[in-house]
Each structure stands twice: as C-alpha cells, then as structure tokens.
Design a protein. Sequence first.
Length: 247
Amino acid sequence: MKGIQFDYSGANVLVTGGSNGIGLACAKAYQAAGASVAITGRKANAGEYEHDMGGLDYHQVDVAVRDELLALAKKFNALDILVNNAGGSQPDEWGHDGFDQSLDVNLKSAFHLSTACKPLLEASEFEGGASVIGIASMTSYFGFSWTPGYGPAKAGLVGMIKTLGQSWGESGIRANAVAAGLTRTNLTSGVIDAMPELAEESFARQGIKRLGVPEDIAAAVLFLTSPAASWITGQTLPVDGGFTSGM
C-alpha cells in the first residue's frame, strides 16, 4: 500500500463482497499485509471471476439471505476483522420489493453477520482489539432520488456502527465505518461513463477533483482496524475527496 505499511501477520479477516471492487481491494491489501483472508461472492466459485483471487478463501453467499450468513459464521474457528462490504443499490427501489431488498443487502446483512461472528471476535487476541467495519456512502448523509432504499440503509449502517461501538467495546471489539465518495468500481463504472455529469457535479463539491479508486477506501479500512486506531470506535470516516466538507 502506497505511503504506509501495515503488519497483519496472523490476523484472520473476512470481507463480504470481496470478489470485486472495494471489497477485493480490501482483501488484497490485507493479504499483502500478511493476513489470512476469506471473501464472499455470489458466483459458485472463485474461478468464475475474471481477476486473480489466488490465496483468498472464497465462499459463495447471498448476503440477503440470513440463514446463509449464519451458516457462513459457523465455518470459521477464528476471526479478528469483519469487513461488511457487500452491498449496492437495487432495481426499482421505489417499489416495495426493491426497497426491502436494499435494506436486506445493505443493512440487515451487516447486523446478522456481525452478531453471528461476535463470539469469534470476542475471542480475538489481535493487538488493538478485533474490528467490525461497515462500508457506508455519501447517501448516508444526503438524499438522492435514485436510491430511496440504499441511502436510508447506509444511514442505518452509520447508526448501527455507533451502537456496536458503544455496546461491544467491553468485549474487546471496535466498530467503525468508511463512507465512500464517488468511487470507480465494477458497479459504478457504467453509470459514471454514461453520465459524466454525475462526476462533474461531485467534483464541484470536492476539494480533490478526481474519482475515488477502491484502494483509497481500502487504505482507510486497514487503518481503522489497525492497532494505530485502537482508541477509535463508533465512528464513520468519510473518504470522499472532501465532498462532505463542500458547500
């Protein structure tokens, strides 16, 4: 990772949605820092993806299905860091089914998997404490007509992180989130390229006039779970080029 080095030797990490985009960047960064990393994705096996995921422990999981999340937690004997990254906007979120699906994928999944993994995290001896991470969004703070389900779900995630931070500290578990700005990933590239005005509108508010890349978010995630952040919990860090500070 450019500019800084982390040592996660011996750490056990689980990244949901780690097969692409921000999740894959997080998984690769932890792997490069010496951690044992498990990831989830929706395809049957890691070989169905175009990019190399060598050395990553792959599990097929639909995060919208509670039973699959509970079963996933039971597959591990040890866990130090849980990154609840899987998510995304859903088709027709103004419809009842689309709205419910977005809450399932973006908010409920993080609660169900975090609580299922709590005993593993409590047993962690990782320096600075075990960690739960959420990947939030600018729509955690601002209304956006395209995402009536995704935005409230991400706002709920920020609230849940506060609650976990307050409630689980005595168990040796920290909880934080990263609120990602407009970041080019496999999920966003099509919209960004088709509607360049979205980026221009974002740049107008940003101090740093560029799109984010997944590695920008991964760097913040690794910091928040590191011993250097051992007195940080219940917080959400915007990584957005200054979007949330713009007028």
